[in-house]
Design a binder for this molecule. Structure first.
Ligand code: ZN
Length: 192
C-alpha cells in the first residue's frame, strides 16, 4: 500500500524514533508499505517518520542506480532492497565527502552536504537478525541520510546558514503544501 509522504515542517519529521521490539504483523506490513511508497516515489530510501510513524526503521533500494557505481564500489553493496531496524552508526571515518542530496519530504530541493565518507552501522534486518556493515561511497551516503531521519534530522540541517537562508521561502511553501510532487503527499494538520 502506498502511503502519503510527510513534508518538511511536519512535526513527525522532528521526532526521535522508538526501537522496534519485534517484527509483528503490523511492523511487517509497515515495512512492505514503506517499500511500496519508496518505489512509487522513485526514491532510493525512506524512513518511518516520512510516512508519519515513529518506529526506528528505514528502507533503502539503490538497485536502480547500481550500474552507475564504479565496479569496485558495486561489489561491496549487499543485495537490494535493504531493511534497517534499530540502526546505530557506531563509527564514522574522519575523511569527509561532499555530495548533492535530495529528500522525498523536501521535493524539488537539492543541496550539497558534507558527511563522513565511511561508516560502520549495526542494525537488525527484516528477520530481526543482527547485522554489521562497514560501507563507504554512495550507499554510505544514502544510509547516513536515512539514519538522520530516525533522529529527527533533515539534510537541510547540514547546510550552511547562508544556503538555508536562501531556501527559507521555498521551505515555508513546502511546509504549507505549496509544492508539486509526483507522489501522494500529506501536509501536517497543524500547518493547514
Ligand atoms: Zn530524506
Amino acid at each position: 500500500m502506498i502511503l502519503p509522504i510527510r513534508l518538511f515542517g511536519d512535526p513527525v519529521l522532528r521526532t526521535r524514533t522508538i526501537k522496534v521490539g519485534d517484527v509483528t504483523d503490523e511492523v511487517e506490513a509497515l515495512i512492505g508499505n514503506m517499500l511500496d511508497t519508496m518505489r512509487n516515489a522513485a526514491g532510493i530510501g525512506l524512513a518511518a517518520p516520512q510516512v508519519g510513524r515513529t518506529d526506528r526503521i528505514f528502507v533503502i533500494d539503490i538497485g536502480p542506480l547500481l550500474e552507475d557505481l564504479p565496479e569496485r564500489e558495486r561489489q561491496n553493496v549487499p543485495p537490494q532492497p535493504m531493511v534497517f531496524l534499530n540502526a546505530e552508526i557506531i563509527s564514522e571515518s574522519e575523511a569527509e565527502e561532499e555530495f548533492e542530496e535530495g529528500c522525498l519530504s523536501i521535493p524539488d530541493i537539492r543541496e550539497s552536504v558534507i558527511r563522513p565518507e565511511e561508516i560502520r552501522i549495526e542494525y537488525q534486518n527484516r528477520n530481526m537478525e543482527a547485522q554489521s556493515l562497514r560501507i563507504g561511497g554512495f550507499l554510505s551516503r544514502v544510509i547516513q541520510h536515512e539514519y538522520d531521519h530516525l533522529n529527527g534530522m533533515l539534510f537541510t540541517d547540514h547546510i550552511s546558514a547562508f544556503r538555508r537562508n536562501l531556501l527559507r521561502r521555498r521551505l515555508r511553501e513546502i511546509a504549507r503544501g505549496e509544492v508539486e510532487a509526483a507522489y501522494p503527499i500529506q501536509v501536517a494538520h497543524a500547518l493547514k
